[in-house]
Design a protein around this ligand. Structure first.
Ligand code: SDX
Length: 442
């Protein structure tokens, strides 16, 4: 589809015309329509035709790329991975299948799934030298700090899969990251406890393996609960990918310079850590613990509504969803299932979260701004119920999101339209001025 500004003559229907009211000059740009979702105005030639940039801090109305992986309809609360609804994948699929779907675009056959799962399983061990690397951290290091450091260093251990021009090396690097993230995550947790690292077991599935490495010790056998493993597998599916969110955009931007895949994923982990993004699940638990009881909810709701107060209701709101985040609904369902299966009759944090949600959704401030619970609102309650410590919540998000990051990174590398990402700006600093020697400054 041509992206050239259209000059004279009657502009075609699939175009928009911008009129510069100062000069009266008109320029027409093509409008592109995807499979579904909003059309886009192709402004690639805007600067050449108008000497002007677009201005969109936070990219609230900017499409950064073309993608076929995930579609979100924020108005309707719809999330599709390669065309399949998240509700169907959560109900009928498993995380290995969803990984294959995100990477290759189709659900695997039995044989494809077995081969993929076998490959991932046999990449779960990490280079033994990483033991010493992790030993360099303080025992009280936040596990996300360890994840950023260790994943960024993987290119030093696996330099044979860093040539992004080689599809085979890209695949090896992608499999290595998906496979090794749970091992590194569990080792970060064990390191904080001062417990010995547990090695992956090839007879366990992805979720079981992670739980085993997190909670087993060499001193005795550890039986992974199938209920908890299934719940964790579903949570991994719900966090796998989410279009061009902040961390995925970070991975794409880092990758656009040709940086090696491990460095790009480390950049994504760093971005995910922020409390406005993946760090929100940890922040929700801290917020619920601070609220403590239903009679203090009003106090926190008032703080959240106060424009002059930095407090936000963690786990609420979303740049895209102006309806319920479908993952939040599924996460709430999982909450009930896990607590019931674990025989936890009374979970004060869940009751507090439900009351907080009820009060907020009846408050015009949240209703008018279409602020609903997002994926992070309930996830922490399940993590806590299955024994994951709060400091590991965002690490779990990073483990799950790694497949989304590598799928989007591969798509970016293979995109013929791909260029290095280099946004421009609205400059409001000083115009050029003369240098003043030190002796002459007032
Ligand atoms: C994730 O992008 C993704 O897809 C992310 C993610 C993924 O899977 O990758 O879905 C995962 O990051 C989920 C979001 C987790 N973060 C939180 O729960 C933190 C709390 N939420 C807010 O920080 C906020 O809602 C954001 C960051 C999520 C979205 O911010 P936006 O889109 O920039 O919205 P905004 O700040 O422009 O808010 C619009 C209005 C503002 O009020 P006004 O200026 O109009 O008066 O809504 C208010 C905001 O003050 N608002 C909130 C609020 N979120 C928005 N007010 C109180 N509490 C909140 N949580």
């Amino acid at each position: 589809m041509s992206s050239d500004p259209i000059g004279n003559g009657t502009p075609p229907e699939d175009s928009v015309t911008i009129v510069n009211n100062a000069s009266g000059r008109q320029v027409t740009f093509p409008v592109l329509q995807g499979t579904c979702g909003p059309k886009v105005i192709d402004v690639r030639k805007l600067y050449g035709a108008t000497d002007m940039f677009t201005y969109d801090p936070g990219f609230t109305a900017t499409g950064s790329c073309e993608s076929r992986i995930t579609f979100i309809d924020g108005e309707a609360g719809i999330l599709l991975h390669r065309g399949y609804a998240i509700e169907e994948l959560a109900a009928h699929s498993d995380f290995m299948e969803v990984c294959y779907l995100l990477l290759y675009g189709e659900l695997p056959t039995i044989e494809e799934k077995d081969r993929f799962t076998h490959s991932i399983t046999h990449h779960t061990m990490v280079h033994e030298q990483l033991h010493k690397f992790i030993d360099g951290f303080r025992r009280d290091a936040h596990p996300m700090a360890i994840m950023c450091g260790v994943v960024g260093a993987l290119s030093a251990f696996y330099h044979d899969s860093t040539d992004i021009g080689d599809p085979y090396q890209r695949m090896v690097a992608s499999y290595r990251m998906i496979a090794k993230m749970p091992t590194i995550a569990a080792w970060a947790f064990k390191y904080s406890l001062g417990q010995p690292f547990m090695y992956p077991r090839n007879n366990l599935n992805y979720a079981e393996n992670f739980l085993h490495m997190m909670f087993a010790t060499p001193a005795e056998d550890y039986e992974v609960s199938p209920v908890i493993a299934k719940a964790l597998d579903r949570i991994l599916i719900l966090h796998a990918d989410h279009e061009q969110n902040a961390s995925t955009s970070t991975v794409r931007l880092a990758g656009s310079s040709g940086a090696n895949p491990f460095a790009c994923i480390a950049a994504g982990i760093a971005s995910l850590w922020g409390p406005a993004h993946g760090g929100a699940n940890e922040a929700v638990l801290n917020m619920l613990n601070e609220i403590g009881s239903p009679n203090r909810i009003g106090e926190f709701i008032d703080k959240a509504k106060d424009a002059d107060h930095p407090f936000r209701l963690m786990g609420f709101g979303h740049r895209v969803y102006k309806n319920f985040d479908p993952r939040a609904r599924l996460m709430r369902e999982s909450c009930y299932e896990v607590l019931r299966e674990l025989g936890i009759e009374h979970e004060p944090l869940l009751e507090l979260a439900l009351e907080l949600e009820r009060i907020a959704l009846e408050d015009s401030y949240f209703v008018d701004r279409r602020l609903y619970p997002n994926v992070d609102f309930y996830s922490g309650i399940i993590f806590k119920a299955i024994g994951i410590p709060v400091s590991m919540f965002t690490v779990l998000f990073a483990v799950a999101r790694t497949v989304g990051w590598v799928a989007q990174w591969n798509e970016m590398v293979e995109d013929p339209n791909q260029k290095i990402g280099r946004p421009r700006q609205l400059y409001t600093g000083y115009a050029q001025r003369g240098f003043v020697p030190l002796a002459e400054r007032g």
